[in-house]
Design a protein around this ligand. Structure first.
Ligand SMILES: O=C(O)CCC(=O)C(=O)O
Ligand SMILES: [Fe+2]
Length: 333
């Protein structure tokens, strides 16, 4: 894992940039804001830009934490009870701005019409009633490791988080895939299209507002008829991964594939480590090279809960052009 500590001079430059930009955009969820911010990102301190470019080019590990930004906890206001209650222009505007600025140096932000009502920037907060779910909004239960949106062929290349608060130090878990030690036969099976990955529940209509989108048909189709996919791909010696074992299965009778998946789960489980995001941390995950999850924690539901912002990033917006309403839209239908 790589960590970059923002120094005092860099913090001052970031503060000045946020002061300048704070009043410029009503919402960051617009193609104009994202276009402008991708250019303003080049006003960030050069060391930070170099590290993000290095991360983008796989010159570093698949996890980059940037520390040292100071969140004004009083200004934030209470942690919302539901992502739906998070106002569009929020008291978290500065942190969202910085999240988008930093992210723009890695890849292009996008969202899903089928997740959090199509918002670009997600709130990752515990929701009452979701305690036991396999979603970012759960709390009491282990969120098992996964790559983000593993079921979807257009899933992001990277994932970016901003931690606003985490008073009880809930722990994100991360596992590197680069150096995975798997027997050659297992690795070879995992490279074959013998695995089903069902959509996770965050993309289901019941977890979005009624009528928020017409786009749930594809998710329902994937639920009924998942594509058969490979778990590992790319360089056999240093593979990329696409997996969400909780939502995965193999064809009945394909014991070889089932055993290969079980072996992968064992080896990845053994290599998982804790990453406790703290207020002011920004964290980038390479969604092809690492898996992530979260350990259980006790939510309070009283406005002081852990609160992360999250955005998906893609290397290639054009790949999803057929399922975005215009070249300018960042929402995949
Ligand atoms: O809450 C966390 O630390 C991670 C949750 C998660 O898997 C996600 O937001 O994608
Ligand atoms: Fe996740």
């Amino acid at each position: 894992m790589d960590t970059l500590e923002i120094d005092a001079t860099e913090l001052q430059a970031i503060t000045q940039l946020l002061d300048k930009l704070e009043g410029s955009f009503e919402s960051l969820d617009s193609d104009e804001a994202l276009h402008q911010l991708a250019v303003h990102a080049h006003e960030l301190p050069s060391r930070i830009r170099l590290v993000l470019n290095s991360f983008r080019l796989e010159r570093m590990s698949g996890v980059l934490r940037i520390r040292g930004y100071l969140v004004d906890d009083d200004r934030l206001g209470p942690t919302p009870r539901h992502w739906r209650e998070s106002p569009q222009v929020a008291d978290t505007h500065r942190e969202e701005l910085l999240l988008v600025l930093l992210s723009s140096l890695v890849a292009d932000p996008f969202g899903w019409a089928t997740q959090q009502d199509g918002r670009l920037i997600h709130d990752i907060i515990p929701i009452q009633g979701h305690e036991q779910e396999q979603m970012g909004t759960s709390s009491d239960t282990l969120l098992t490791w996964h790559t983000e949106d593993a079921f979807h062929p257009l899933r992001g290349d990277f994932l970016a988080f901003s931690c606003l608060r985490n008073p009880y130090a809930a722990v994100t878990t991360v596992g590197f895939i680069d150096a995975l030690e798997l027997p050659a036969a297992t690795r070879s099976v995992l490279f074959q299209e013998r695995f089903n990955i069902l959509p996770d529940h965050s993309h289901k209509a019941k977890n979005n507002s009624p009528g928020s989108s017409q786009a749930f048909a594809y998710v329902e189709e994937m639920q009924k008829n998942p594509d058969r996919v490979a778990v590992l791909f790319g360089d056999p010696a240093k593979p990329y991964i696409r997996a969400d074992p909780y939502f995965m299965s193999v064809e009945p009778g394909d014991d070889e594939a089932r055993e290969a998946l079980e072996e992968l789960v064992r080896v990845v489980d053994d290599g998982m480590f804790d990453l406790c995001l703290e207020s002011g941390d920004f964290c980038f995950l390479d969604n092809f090279r690492v898996v992530h999850g979260r350990k259980p924690f006790k939510a309070r539901f009283d406005g002081t809960d852990r609160w992360l912002k999250r955005v998906n990033l893609t290397n290639d917006l054009r790949k999803s052009r057929a399922v975005r309403t215009s070249p300018l839209s960042r929402s995949i239908h």
